[in-house]
Every structure is written in C-alpha cells, then in structure tokens.
Design a binder for this molecule. Structure first.
Ligand SMILES: C[S@@+](CC[C@H](N)C(=O)[O-])C[C@H]1O[C@@H](n2cnc3c(N)ncnc32)[C@H](O)[C@@H]1O
Length: 259
C-alpha cells in the first residue's frame, strides 16, 4: 500500500465511529495480561485507542491507563464511553506525553498504521527503561471451516493481509523494530496468540466487517456487493444462518522490551 492509500485507510474510521464502538470486539483478557506481564510499572498508554475497546480492557486489568487517538470522532466516542480515562488527541508519530512517563505502550489493531520509522523512536522516548511495547490484533480463526469460507468470500478489504493467524505471524514478525541511529532500542519481538470470540448474528457480523478500513474507503457499489456476498454466505451456513453464534477469533500479541 502506498503512502496516500495508507493515509486514506488509517484516517477512515471516524466516519463510522458509532458503528465501530457498537460492533468491534474487545480483546482476550489473557492477551492483555501477557502483553503487560513484564512492564516495570502500572502506567500504560493505549496508542491509537479509537473508541476505547482496548482501553476498557486495560482499565479492567487494573492499570493506570491513558489514551491517545488522532481521530476526533473516535476520541469523542472514547470520552463518552470512558469519561474517567485521560484521553488526548495525538498520534504515534507525535505523542503528547513527557519522556519516560509510561511503563507500557500498547496498540489494539492500530500499530500497522503507525509510521514506525518516526513512531519507533517516539514510543521509545515516552517509555521508561525496560518498558513494554505491545501490539494486539484480533484476527479471524480460519482453522474453523466456516471462518475460512467467510475469509474467502469477503475479499481482502473485509479480511485483510494480517487478519488470519498464519498471515498475522508472518506479517508482524517482519514489522519494523525501532532503531535509533542504527542502535536497536528494543529487544527481539515475541509473539503469542490467545483464543477469543465475539457473540454475533449474521447481521451484526456484517456490521462488524463493514467497519474495516478497506470497506470504509471502498466505493459504495463495490461495498454493497461485498456485503451482499458475505450475507449470502452466512445465510448458506448452518453455523451462522439463524440466531446468535460465536465468531471464533484469536487475539494475537507482538511484544517488545525497551532496552
Ligand atoms: C482499527 S482502529 C483500532 C482502535 C482501537 N485501538 C481498538 O482496539 O478498537 C485503528 C485506530 O488507529 C488510529 N490511528 C491511525 N493512524 C494512527 C497513527 N499514526 N497514530 C495513532 N493512531 C492512529 C485510527 O484513528 C483508529 O482509531
């Protein structure tokens, strides 16, 4: 994806902020715990916090969480849902926090939007020595037959290049590890995956997939056709044709320790 496309995708979410807050999943509790296991203290920054899906999980984990989010509509949703969380406008490339002021920086389904050449040193700046950088992603568990079928009919806009476990492993393993003047600021990354699920109906799953960046930037006729294909597929499968079901997912975590 080129720079312009990347900007268009990464700034697409605000237009669907309310649907995003209603339909996107939270994160596996064990994944949040693993992400923070080696953090030297309790001060955590949720970077690219969106409407606060991960922020809420961090708060439940009992840490002292701040949120930074560039999109005003997403930030407004977060402030409405979590009025007691310190929530600031900003982005990964210019974080509105002092040096060494947090013990962990976490990002839920957001780190792939950061320009890590700039964001890497910036994240290292706000982290205390020994602090943790962790990216969490919810991906579809395509080891389950009907989920693999859903990924096939959805197309890459609804189920993107890192939205299944195997693709995620490859994609994030080669994610840019921040350096500073050629010196590695972080130790080698670790990866782990945790079972997760989201209760859905066919209609609410369609609504969830419609909040993906690739879908939000799509011309309306193409989006309607893609959502139509997804609806037809879900109606054709016994697992999803009627009533509620659990969408099988994994929360995948990439964890790095600041030197
Ligand atoms: C898929 S949403 C994830 C939101 C939230 N973390 C969650 O788990 O639901 C991606 C978020 O990253 C934000 N974002 C995009 N580019 C960013 C950047 N360069 N720095 C920080 N956040 C960014 C978007 O505005 C959006 O809210």
């Amino acid at each position: 994806m080129g720079q312009d496309d990347r900007r268009r995708h990464s700034s697409s979410f605000g237009a669907a902020a309310t649907a995003y807050a209603e339909h996107r999943p939270d994160y596996a509790r064990d994944a949040v715990r693993w992400a923070l296991a080696h953090a030297p203290g309790r001060r955590v920054l949720d970077l690219g916090a969106g409407t606060g899906k991960l922020t809420a999980g961090l708060r439940s984990a009992g840490v002292d969480v701040s949120a930074v989010e560039p999109d005003p509509a997403m930030l407004a949703e977060l402030r409405r849902a979590l009025p007691d969380v310190r929530a600031l406008p900003g982005n990964a490339e210019a974080i509105p926090l002092p040096d060494a002021s947090v013990d962990a920086v976490v990002a839920g389904n957001a780190m792939h939007w950061f320009d890590m050449a700039v964001a890497g040193p910036e994240i290292a700046r706000v982290l205390a020595p020994g602090g943790t950088l962790a990216g969490l992603w919810n991906v579809l568990d395509d080891r389950v037959d009907w989920v693999a079928g859903l990924a096939r009919v959805s197309g890459s806009a609804a189920v993107g290049p890192r939205d299944t476990p195997a693709a995620w492993r490859v994609e994030t393993a080669r994610m840019h590890v921040p350096t500073d003047g050629g010196v590695a600021r972080f130790e080698a990354p670790e990866q782990a995956e945790f079972p997760h699920g989201q209760r859905r109906t066919a209609e609410s799953l369609v609504a969830t997939l419609a909040t993906r960046a690739g879908m939000l930037v799509m011309p309306a006729p193409e989006r309607d056709a893609t959502l139509g294909r997804i609806r037809a597929f879900l109606a054709s499968r016994p697992e999803t044709a009627a009533g509620e079901f659990t969408l099988p997912m994994l929360t995948c975590v990439l964890r790095l320790r600041r030197r």
